[in-house]
Design a protein around this ligand. Structure first.
Ligand code: TYM
Length: 332
């Protein structure tokens, strides 16, 4: 089977619906036909200020949500990034073949350093995409399913793989990003021209997977729309309604046009009520299952440990080959 790799940061108590629609739903489907590796990238999360005890809990919560959403740890390898030491080691190696300017051109870094100022920006934020490249390349990955905000990082990963292979000999498979066109970007419900994000300034436009379903329903009812009153997809003129239509279609597997037809001649109130019901019925069971898993952290930790052992085997093989090709003296 071809290999698949993807991951998420444990940067909040809950995933948001963009993570679910943009990534997790694809992961769940693709795990059938790929040898899939899914990580909780806790080392990446260190680039933001974190309370140590909270980070541990967020890491478990993220893993629990993967499983609750349908990732099967007996079928796919679901593990915590820091459990496999090769990630940090390969990241160092790759940083030595990454250009300073090349890393500086990553838009996510540029945005973050512009927002916080370079003095408040740490070097880890700058090398973040290099660690991500290490994640992917350790596993001889064929495809990387992500939302479109991660595409540039996967392109960098491809460049680094090709560069290493041509300088030192074939050590890496060159991966391809896989981006689901329609759902690659879910927008904030209150601010439908900016991406829904775990780190949004206001909570009102973010739907959390683990929130009380009635709270999510209320947020849907209060989502920003427009004054036209027609349920119709038009990204430019009607970003709010279009975003809700995309969410509706993604969660039900229906075509947008069929939803437009269903709500033709009815107001936004009806449409939002319909979507709120969809959101509640989709997330209710995922939330329950995740909370159940979190009730038994020892069992969850055991599953993660077994999966980390599986990941480590693959990762160590790649890293050993890389060290040999670089001419590092092996410890005998
Ligand atoms: P992260 O944790 O920010 O997001 C996890 C996944 O969710 C997608 N996503 C979205 N998709 C659609 N609409 C949105 N509003 C939305 N918000 C987030 C992201 O595109 C991503 O697929 N650097 C990565 C984590 C990572 C990784 C990797 C991914 C580390 N190593 C190796 C793939 C392969 C990140 O911060 O994702």
């Amino acid at each position: 089977k071809p290999r698949l790799y993807s991951g998420m940061q444990p940067s909040a108590d809950s995933l948001q619906i963009g993570n679910y629609i943009g990534a997790l739903m694809q992961w769940r489907d693709l795990q059938e036909s790929y040898d899939a590796f899914f990580s909780v990238v806790d080392l990446h999360a260190l680039t933001q200020p974190n309370d140590p005890s909270e980070l541990r809990e967020k890491t478990r919560r993220t893993a629990a949500q993967y499983i609750a959403a349908g990732i099967e740890p007996a079928k796919s390898t679901l593990y915590v990034q820091s459990h496999v030491r090769a990630h940090a080691e390969l990241a160092w190696v790759l940083s030595t073949i990454t250009g300073f300017g090349e890393a500086g051109r990553m838009t996510q870094f540029k945005d973050k350093s512009a927002r916080y100022g370079t003095d408040a920006t740490n070097v880890g934020l700058f090398t973040y995409p290099v660690l991500m490249a290490a994640d992917i390349l350790l596993y001889q990955t064929d495809i990387v399913p992500v939302g479109d905000d991660q595409k540039q990082h996967v392109e960098l990963t491809r460049d680094l793989a090709e560069r290493f292979n041509s300088r030192f000999g074939e050590a890496f498979r060159v991966p391809k990003p896989v981006i689901q066109k329609d759902t690659a970007r879910i927008y904030d419900l209150q601010n439908p021209t900016s991406k829904m994000s775990k780190s949004a300034e206001s909570d009102a436009g973010v739907l959390w997977l683990l929130d009380d379903p009635s709270k999510s329903a209320k947020k849907v009812m209060r989502a920003v729309t427009d004054s036209e009153g027609v349920v119709r997809y038009d990204r430019d003129e009607k970003p709010g309604v279009s975003n809700l239509l995309v969410i509706y279609a993604a969660l039900t597997g229906r075509e947008i046009t069929s939803i437009e037809d269903e709500y033709a001649g009815r107001g936004y109130g009806d449409f939002k009520k319909g979507l709120a019901e969809v959101v509640v019925s989709e997330f209710g069971p995922v939330r329950e299952r995740a909370l159940e898993l979190l009730d038994d952290p020892a069992e969850l930790d055991r599953v993660l440990a077994a999966n980390a052992a599986r990941a480590e085997e693959v990762a160590d093989r790649t890293l050993g080959d890389v060290y040999d090709k670089l001419g590092l003296l092996r410890r005998v």
